[in-house]
Design a protein around this ligand. Structure first.
Ligand code: FES
Length: 849
């Protein structure tokens, strides 16, 4: 028997198990999160005899006689202080890392109530946050220290929730204190644990699957093979090429392919059963690069061959203009796969319903899941109800099916609730990555540095399945010319299937890759012309009314020049400094259906905001609350944001393409105008049970439109970032000026910028996703994610050039924040040592040899 104290209660257990599992599964302490189970992320941090420790690397036997404190066990004053300070500072986004941060902070503040910023950073070294960039978390901890040190009363929260105010996020308190529920926190009576048995080889012929031993193992409820799928076996948002299960006699396409599903009464039985499944393979040579896949005699990964998509965009007479241009550069660039590394591994809980299933999920689009699961089960979409819990980060990596379909299939067939949660390594191995690319870019300018033409060839490794590879390739190509005023461009892009993990949506959606090439070429041209990196961008920056290289006329809100001007003084101050610009679409655009929807339901004197727009950390519920308050004059205390639920909330599309603030924000504004009108004659109580519905549909022109100036997208955000190095190559400062139209919640916008810059610095300097013969070799702890002590000062500059257009003039900021950072770092290194680096992550730097 092991005895220890948890939150002042004496605990006894005879089981020697992982302390993390004991605290979560046995004591149901939801503040202790399971982010990696390998001692790398810090989400499971608790205090053990006053020391912050990770419970995934401790066992119950090791804490015999110890005193354990989780966030549930901190004092009332501390709870109030942490909840207020983290909300006030804007320190909470997806929130999955936050309770762990609170514990590390408490470990520090219990010993030192007057810490320096450096000491706070050091205390957070064991905690990874992928969303915030750490600055606001550090600020919040210093606020808590002051409250506790000076015994100040925790301030009351008073905010009208108007657009432009720093309203506390509606979910910040729950997330800080660990009471907010993510799918992994859900337990249901009689719940089974499900998992997939996955292939051993990226490419192999599956000769036989023997489940005879596993199926008879005590506690195994059911094993599902491809033949048991009642509906369509292949899934995919756009192209249905991704089988939920691979059948005997078929070939696997990557290391994440599933061959069988198991549901069992406990995690332990589940693990044992998976080990009892025996598969006979014929291993085949994996195709691990586009080069291999494009060879004429290469085996076909899919029946139609190895090319997923080709894009050719051409405007003007490129070759002739390049031949006549004074300066021309041609360079090859190479960018790697990148892992999203959201802190919450994928999890879904599914339960049988009368005729179908209910799925609790944490993803980026509940209606995509409804459609695909109903196809898989062969039942009508209405029989699949999908409800979202909090989402512990996504960044594009939770757009595709990962666990939802498997949980639903098991629940449907067993008629019992089933939870499927990926281990961190499964998550790394399975979900689509940012595309690795090989690019050749030629850029030309005149004697003054005015751009004249560009030509690009891009090969993107799209891995085993289509995922969002087609649209990613499109954005990669449509943004390849950069946000500049010139017209002669020719871009050829190809997305190629390989046996690597699929590549799909990732914050920046292809533009992170092409912007690296475009912007680095500008640095070379600037040198040839004899002007600064800043000057060449300023000379060419697109202005309102001018025509972007894709033919779209830049609208009146375009504020790229303003972002350049905002960083000029800082740029001029430093010697080792790089600068880069970017633009990024808000909305899916290119003629595709793109609709935001909202219902405002009045119930018992409260207004329920109902949209299916997923909050993956960007603060969607807070945005819609502020839009309703601004429009109606109601205050936040009468507003309730309901969870996305296909039975209650209308389809607002996927959280992708930086679209939700604009599209669902505008739909919410339109619904709020109707509510406001009704409130002119009646009180909220008199409007009981009335719904106010609106939708906003963005109309754009399709790709290849023959209009002279097609409108590809509803809006574009613009940005300039400056990166400063010291003489040793350490990044000492980043300035990030972003044209956001209108900041609905400025703190939220700053948080997006800071987090995006840190992700961009990782992309530039430290992150690498190692693949060997199609098999990921990276673990969470070796992905190269930046931790608090390594993050430099980041200064966000929010440029508002709203013309009161859609959603009070807001433009999406979720993706663009990550795009200019890597080329700005490259430019700074070029200044520092004269070496022109063309590969990410950059080599021979202070961060990587
Ligand atoms: Fe830290 Fe999302 S808020 S990981």
């Amino acid at each position: 028997m092991y005895r220890f104290i948890v939150n002042s209660k004496q605990i006894e257990t005879s089981e020697d198990k992982k302390l993390l599992d004991f605290l979560r599964d046995d004591l149901r302490l939801t503040s202790v999160k399971d982010g990696c189970s390998e001692g790398a992320c810090g989400t499971c941090m608790v205090l053990v005899d006053g020391r912050a420790m990770k419970t995934c690397v401790l066992k119950t036997s090791k804490v015999e006689g110890k005193n354990i404190i989780t966030v549930e066990g901190i004092s009332d004053k501390e709870r109030d202080a942490y909840a207020w300070a983290f909300s006030e500072a804007g320190a909470v986004q997806c929130g999955f890392c936050i309770p762990g941060m609170v514990i590390s902070a408490k470990g520090l503040l219990d010993k030192n109530l007057n810490p320096t910023k450096k000491e706070v950073k050091k205390a957070l070294n064991g905690n990874v946050c992928r969303c915030t960039g750490y600055a606001k978390i550090e600020e919040a901890i210093l606020m808590v220290a002051k409250i506790l040190r000076e015994d100040i009363e925790v301030p009351k929260v008073e905010c009208k929730g108007l657009v432009g105010q720093n309203m506390h996020r509606v979910d910040a308190k729950d997330k800080t204190l660990g009471t907010g529920e993510y799918v992994g926190d859900l337990y249901v009576d009689g719940m089974l644990y499900g998992s997939a048995f996955r292939t051993k080889y990226p490419r192999a012929l599956v000769k036989s699957i023997d489940i005879s031993k596993a199926v008879n193992h005590p506690g195994v409820e059911c094993i599902v093979l491809a033949k048991d799928i009642p509906g369509k076996r292949n899934l995919g948002h756009i192209i249905q090429d991704w089988p939920a299960l691979i059948a005997e006699g078929e070939e696997t396409r990557y290391i994440g392919d599933s061959l069988a599903l198991v549901a069992a009464t406990s995690k332990k039985v589940l693990k044992e059963a998976l080990e009892l499944i025996k598969v006979e393979y014929e291993e085949l040579n994996a195709i691990t690069s586009p080069e291999m896949a494009m060879k004429e005699d290469a085996p076909k990964i899919h029946p139609n061959g190895n090319i997923l998509k080709k894009e050719v965009l051409s405007r003007g007479n490129v070759d002739e203009i390049i031949a006549k241009s004074k300066y021309v550069v041609t360079k090859k660039y190479s960018t790697p796969f990148t892992e999203h590394a959201f802190l919450e591994p994928e999890s879904a809980l599914s339960m049988p319903d009368e005729n179908g299933v209910i799925i609790y999920t944490g993803s980026q689009g509940i209606y995509d899941e409804q459609r695909e699961v109903s196809d898989l089960l062969g039942i009508e979409p209405e029989k699949v109800r999908v409800i979202s819990k909090y989402v512990g980060g996504g960044f594009g990596g939770k757009e595709d099916m990962s666990v939802q379909h498997h949980a639903a299939l098991l629940a449907y067939l067993t008629k019992k609730p089933v939870k499927v949660t990926l281990t961190r390594q499964e998550s790394i191995n399975i979900h689509p990555k940012r595309h690795a690319t090989e690019m050749e870019f030629t850029t030309a300018c005149d004697e003054n540095g005015k751009l004249t033409a560009m030509k690009a060839t891009i090969i993107a490794d799209t891995g085993a399945y289509a995922s969002l590879g087609g649209p990613v390739l499109q954005r990669l190509c449509t943004h390849a010319a950069g946000p500049y005023n010139y017209q002669n461009t020719h871009v050829e892009g190809t997305a190629v299937y390989t046996n690597n993990p699929p590549a799909g949506a990732f914050r920046g959606f292809g533009v992170t890759q092409s912007a690296f090439a475009t912007e680095c070429n500008l640095n070379l041209l600037a040198k040839m012309v004899g002007i600064s990196q800043w000057e060449i961008r300023y000379k060419n920056a697109i202005l309102p009314g001018q025509v972007l290289a894709n033919g779209q006329i830049a609208d009146e809100t375009t504020a790229l020049k303003e972002t350049l001007e905002a960083v000029k003084e800082e740029y001029d101050k430093h010697e080792y400094v790089g600068v880069s610009c970017a633009f990024k679409n808000s909305g899916i655009g290119v003629g595709l259906p793109d609709i935001g929807r909202c219902i405002l339901s009045v119930i018992d004197g409260k207004v329920h905001i109902r949209t299916s727009a997923a909050c993956i950390g960007q603060g969607m519920g807070t945005v819609t609350t502020q839009v309703v308050c601004e429009t109606t004059g109601l205050t936040p205390d009468v507003i309730i944001v309901d969870s996305p639920d296909t039975a209650k909330t209308p389809n607002s599309g996927t959280t992708t393409a930086s679209r939700q603030t604009v599209f669902t924000g505008e739909a919410t504004r339109l619904a709020a105008l109707k509510l406001k009108k009704a409130l002119n004659s009646k009180s909220l109580y008199e409007l009981n049970e009335q719904d106010f519905y609106a939708e906003y549909s963005g109309i754009t022109d399709c790709m290849g439109s023959d209009k002279p100036n097609p409108k590809s997208h509803i809006a574009y955000g613009y940005a300039t970032q400056v990166v400063v190095l010291d003489e040793k190559g350490n990044v000492t400062k980043v300035l990030a000026a972003h044209d956001v139209g209108k900041a609905i919640n400025p703190k939220n916008v700053e948080g997006q910028i800071e987090g995006g810059v840190v992700m961009g610095l990782g992309y530039a300097l430290t992150e690498n996703f190692i693949l060997e013969n199609g098999i990921p070799k990276s673990k969470f702890g070796t992905l190269g994610l930046l931790r608090a002590p390594k993050v430099p000062k980041i200064q966000p500059i929010v440029i508002e050039n709203s013309k009161e257009n859609l959603a009070y003039g807001a433009k999406g900021v979720g993706e663009i924040v990550v795009i200019p950072t890597a080329p700005a770092v490259q430019g700074a290194y070029y200044k520092l040592d004269g070496k022109f680096r063309t590969k990410l992550p950059l080599e021979n730097t202070a961060y990587k040899k």
